[in-house]
Design a protein around this ligand. Structure first.
Ligand code: PGA
Length: 252
């Protein structure tokens, strides 16, 4: 049985003091929930405080991006070794904003995914099609290509520990989510793609939906067969709305 995973991607939001307030308040609101895994992914600068506050709670902490090298002349970057030493559990890799604004390629995503496993971090790999690709009926091809490229070279055990977030670009930050049916269709396709190559691991890999997930629509997504949780942007920036999403997911 796959344990649903609700993760919050704070993006470039929250100063250190705001981050401390948010995670402190969230911790109280979601205390005792064990049937859903809970994660927050703050900006790097907030990580030490958030990790400290989340310690001995049911909240896991993730980074939003990292370099694949352990150290070196890469101005402005953070390495997997640094994140691991801090006590970070997860790392978002290949978010569409990184792919779009920073030109991150499938090959780089794959290097980051491998680096994550080499350093004991679990990747949350983001994939998804643009509106043009959906209109041209290219959704399946696009996500299949992204998934295969991201997982290249991993073994079955690593694949089973991977989290994938299916996030159609047209649904991110727009308030226009995919329908639960649309999301489930693509997510089960992703599972099929994984099965052809990694067999049983496909049953373990958790695949989240992301894109305008809110307290009012989380239940629809959670009631679908293949959706194992959500990667939440905007609605994770307030403890109350994020806690509501988690609680509703936990009731499913
Ligand atoms: P959103 O962002 O919930 O604000 O649409 C989701 C994401 O980008 O992960």
């Amino acid at each position: 049985m796959r344990k649903p995973f609700i993760a919050g991607n704070w993006k470039m939001n929250k100063t250190i003091s705001e981050a401390k307030d948010l995670v402190t308040s969230l911790k109280e609101k979601v205390a005792g929930i064990e049937n859903v895994e809970i994660g927050v992914c703050p900006p790097d600068i907030d990580l030490p405080d958030v990790v400290e506050i989340a310690k001995s709670s049911n909240i896991k902490v993730g980074g939003q991006n990292m370099h694949w090298e352990e150290s070196g002349a890469f101005t402005g970057d953070t390495s997997p070794v640094m994140l691991k030493e801090l006590g970070v559990d997860y790392i978002i890799v290949g978010h569409s904003e990184r792919r779009e604004y920073y030109g991150e390629t499938d090959e780089e995503v794959n290097k980051k995914v491998k680096a994550a496993f080499n350093h004991g971090l679990k990747p949350i790999i983001c994939v998804g099609e643009s509106l043009e690709e959906r209109k041209a009926d290219n959704t399946r091809d696009k996500v299949e290509k992204q998934v295969k490229a991201a997982l290249k070279g991993l073994n079955q055990k690593q694949v089973s520990q991977t989290v994938i977030a299916y996030e159609p670009l047209w649904a991110i930050g727009t308030g226009e989510s995919a329908s639960a049916k649309q999301a489930n269709e693509v997510i089960s396709y992703i599972r099929d793609v994984i099965e052809t190559q990694y067999l049983d691991a496909a049953e373990d890999v958790r695949i989240q939906y992301g894109g305008s997930v809110k307290p009012h629509n989380i239940e629809e997504f959670m009631s679908e067969s293949d959706i194992d949780g959500a990667l939440v942007g905007g609605a994770s920036l307030q403890a109350e709305s994020f806690a509501q999403i988690i609680k509703k997911a936990a009731q499913k």
